[in-house]
Design a binder for this molecule. Sequence first.
Ligand SMILES: Nc1ncnc2c1ncn2[C@@H]1O[C@H](COP(=O)(O)OP(=O)(O)OP(=O)(O)O)[C@@H](O)[C@H]1O
Ligand SMILES: [Mg+2]
Length: 491
Amino acid sequence: MWLKPGRHPSCRPGAVQGAGEITSGQRRGARPILAAILALVIFALDTFYDFDIAIAVLYVVVVLMSLGFCKRRGVLAVAAGCAALTVLAFLIQHKADPTGESTGRLLVSLAAIAITSILAIRIEASVALLRAHAALLDLPHDAIFVRSMDDIVTYWNRGAENLYGWSEREAIGNRSVVLTGESNPDEMERAKTELLNNGYWEGERFHAKRDGSPVPVASRWSLQRDESGLPSFILESNTDIGERKRAQDSLAHAQAEVAHVSRVSILGELMASIAHEISQPLAAIVTGGEASLRWLQIQPPQIEEVRLSVERMIGDGRRAGEVVRHLRSLARKDDVKTETVDINETIEDAIDLLRREIALHRVCLKLDLETALPQISGDRIQLQQVFINIIMNSIQAMANVDRERRLVVISRAAADETLVVAISDTGAGFDPVQEQQLFDAFFSTKPDGLGMGLAISRSIIEAHDGRISAARNASTGATFRIILSTRVDQS
Ligand SMILES: Nc1ncnc2c1ncn2[C@@H]1O[C@H](COP(=O)(O)OP(=O)(O)OP(=O)(O)O)[C@@H](O)[C@H]1O
Ligand SMILES: [Mg+2]
């Protein structure tokens, strides 16, 4: 059974004081006096009345009472005192003519006191050990408490007092949901079901302190069952992760800033290509407009030709609009978002922006995207940035090779609710030493390279609970592989 430990053995030196000790301390202060009065009453009865029974056996009550305010030596002293009073009463009453009967009663009483004191010392030793173990639960800063299956708190450590602001005395006997400000009964039920199935549950919860201020905690629950296997108590340990969460948030914010700077610098690099991507459809629109005017000037006006031309113009206008939309979203500075992302679409968006680079470098692109790819949860723009970084690297790695420049992008659903994107090229590749450094910040083999593209890509993928790796191809070039979780409940 979970011990309700004595953080309040107040009459003992070195004992740890808990909150709300005054009344229990007073109660304990009265116990030695009560025990002394009882001993005197027994002595008086034993000395001045001649009972047919061993009245001195009642001293065992005094010995047992001493457990409440004495340690081992004190219990022994009380037992010795009781034995001495028993002998004294015998001497006073029977010294003149000790009978066999009275001597027998004396021996029975002394034996009872001796046996009781031995048992009392044993009990005291095990209680002291249990108290010492239970006091250990006060050492961690974590809030640790025990609650029954109907949520009544039976133990509340000092960490819980500090975290939630309720003292042990106030907490014990209360419902834990009230003390921890737990406000999501559905999630509590789900956690409890898991606890009953596995004997253990852990997760993050949003609690509230006594003053109402919110406190995010990492929570771990363990189930205790009784001898018949029925659930009896839940040990809950909660760690305040507010500070950690704030640090994570500012790290994510800083990473988003770095990613943004890197995106803007990529946009700078791609400016010529982008200008071309926009000017091409614009030029086509102008040409289409001029052609339409000519078709209209002919007698009779060639309405069908005009209609086709205007349709093409609309298509070109949309294409230019798409490029501008991509640019705007890449240039925008946002904190990391969590949205539903279609990875194939993200790859295609990246390719759209790089299309002219691909053409300029005479790269043959093969897109092999699985059609029914499950969606993932993440930040679309940041993931697009990863693909731009990797594909740009591939294009650059193939810039100086004479063989066929082939870029293959494959997406596949994989086992364990994941998806894989593989991007391979036939470029210069890298040696085993470089392979170890590719993802290091500022590692670059390019004269004008910053060496941040892959470092940023890795931090983005890891922030999405994913993995990114690079390997040399058996023949030529390299393959970059990204694994992302498609699990719906990921955060
Ligand atoms: N597909 C690839 N084939 C061969 N080497 C590669 C490939 N991708 C990356 N590398 C190597 O990894 C290095 C680091 O790439 P990373 O994208 O981090 O930086 P960078 O391209 O040099 O500079 P930038 O920060 O401007 O992108 C590159 O300099 C290059 O040596
Ligand atoms: Mg790069």
